[in-house]
Structures are given as structure tokens and as C-alpha cells.
Write a protein that binds this ligand. Structure first.
Ligand code: ADP
Length: 252
């Protein structure tokens, strides 16, 4: 895009409009760049499992009948990569939908009850211990399903990046209510903390690839938080653990 040229030191209205116009062009360009990067990252991430699926399918086609030992391995690999692709497209769809806005239906929610429900489901699905503690009664006015998704995303990270029990603490003061999700896992190096909310950003590519992350969870968390008027924050110490805090306006 072409920028307007004018005397930048001038204070008149026309120069002011010129500056505004140039600023708009800059914003437009950076949005284009972001979209391009997003599309190229997404295609790259989808290509990896597709390549695995394609090579195993080829192997089955050529040798499947004569090599039964290859059969189980190939089917297993194709299945797990297909699951990865499905999970990723689900997250991408959610992110795309967030642009047009989620339908939030606020209701009064007791955070301790909500956390207990989510912890139970989590224990059953992943056989990981999750403790819930209420520091004080905490009630918020919020969309139940979006808040549950948000809590799930942090719980899921705590599960992926730690081996030990996970602790959820809820509480409220006059102004705000919070849910804290704490793990004693690998932690995040300090200089990486500002970047982990970026789409497709992963601290350690090799480690996360094994654990099945795409680097989309936290960017989705940020979008959901925005949609329900919550803030999200991560505190972490490498080798010690990570604490995520979801903060909402308290309801009285
Ligand atoms: P992913 O799907 O890869 O987990 P996220 O967007 O949820 O993507 O997180 C981005 C990166 O931040 C992760 O790849 C991981 O390196 C780091 N991270 C997030 N949560 C935690 C945590 N609880 N403990 C350690 N590292 C974490």
C-alpha cells in the first residue's frame, strides 16, 4: 500500500488526516501479515499428520496383505494422526467462530460447584487427581459453557505439562472472583511467557509434539476470556510449575 507523503511536522488538519490515513494503512498491513502467517502455520500443521497418514496408507497398499505385522502399526498411526487432525480442526473452527462472536448467555454461577464438576469429569477422563479448594464463596454472572471451556483449556495444559495432582482454587473479594489452576510441572521460562498466548506458539516444539499440543489452546483461552469479560494470566517458574488465573467481575 502507498503511504501519503506530507510535512510530518505540520499541525494543521490536513496533516492530521494524513497521519491517521498512514496509521490505518499500517494496521491493515499488519492484519494481512497476521492472516497470512496464520494460514501458513495452519497448513503446515495439518500437512504433518497428513503426510504420516499418506505414507502409512501407501505402505498398507503395497505390503498390507503380505505383512500382517505392519498392519497394526499402520492402522494405529493413521488413527492417531486422524485424531490429531480432528482436534486441531475443532480448535481452528472455534477460533474462526470467535471472530463472529460467541453467543454468551450469562447466568449466576458458583465457581466452587463449577470447578468440582469440571474436576470430576477431568479425573474420569484422564485419571489425574484434581483438588478443588474454595478460599471464599465466589459467584459470577457468566456463560456456563464458555467458562467451562476456558477452565478446561488450563486444566488440559496443567495435565500435559505436569505429572502431579492439579490444584484448583476459587475465591472472591469485593471486586472480582477468580479461579486459579496450579500445576507442579515443567514450567515456562520467563522470556517465553509473553509469547505463549500467540497462535501456534509452543515453548518446546519437540516436547509439545509428543504431548499432542498445537499451540492453539492459550490463544483460544484469550479469545474466550475476552468474550466473557474475564482476564487470564499465567505465572510460571521453570522446573517448578505454572499457575493460571482466570479473573471475572464478582457478582453480588
Ligand atoms: P499447546 O496446545 O501446545 O499446549 P497452548 O497454546 O495451550 O498450546 O500453550 C502454548 C505453549 O505454552 C505450550 O506449547 C507449552 O510449551 C506452554 N505451556 C502452556 N501451559 C503450560 C503449563 N501449564 N506448563 C508448562 N508449559 C505450558
Amino acid at each position: 500500500f502507498k503511504r501519503l507523503e506530507f510535512d510530518d511536522s505540520a499541525k494543521d488538519e490536513l496533516s492530521e488526516m494524513g497521519r491517521t490515513f498512514n496509521r490505518m494503512i499500517e494496521l491493515l498491513e499488519s492484519n494481512f501479515e497476521k492472516q497470512e502467517r496464520f494460514a501458513s502455520n495452519a497448513s503446515h500443521e495439518l500437512k504433518t499428520p497428513l503426510t504420516v497418514i499418506e505414507s502409512y496408507a501407501n505402505l498398507l497398499k503395497r505390503k498390507g496383505l503380505e505383512r500382517p505385522d505392519l498392519f497394526a502399526e499402520s492402522v494405529e498411526a493413521i488413527h492417531s494422526e486422524a485424531v490429531r487432525m480432528r482436534e486441531m480442526t475443532e480448535q481452528l473452527l472455534l477460533l474462526a467462530r470467535s471472530r463472529s462472536g460467541w453467543n454468551a448467555n450469562p447466568e449466576a454461577l458458583d465457581l466452587e460447584q463449577l470447578a468440582i464438576g469440571e474436576a470430576d469429569a477431568f479425573r474420569k477422563a484422564y485419571r489425574r487427581d484434581v483438588h478443588v479448594e474454595a478460599e471464599s464463596p465466589a459467584v459470577v454472572l457468566c456463560d456456563r459453557s464458555l467458562l467451562r471451556q476456558l477452565l478446561f483449556l488450563f486444566l488440559d495444559n496443567a495435565r500435559k505439562y505436569s505429572e502431579e495432582p492439579i490444584a484448583i482454587t476459587v475465591g472472591a473479594d469485593g471486586e472480582s472472583a477468580w479461579i486459579r489452576i496450579a500445576d507442579r510441572g515443567v514450567g515456562i521460562p520467563k522470556h517465553e511467557l509473553p509469547k505463549v498466548f500467540d497462535r501456534f506458539y509452543r515453548v518446546d516444539q519437540a516436547r509439545t509434539r509428543r504431548n499432542g499440543g498445537f499451540g492453539l489452546g492459550l490463544s483460544l483461552a484469550k479469545e474466550i476470556a475476552e468474550a466473557i469479560g474475564a482476564s487470564v494470566e499465567l505465572d510460571s517458574l521453570e522446573g517448578v510449575g505454572t499457575t493460571a488465573t482466570i479473573r471475572l467481575p464478582a457478582s453480588r
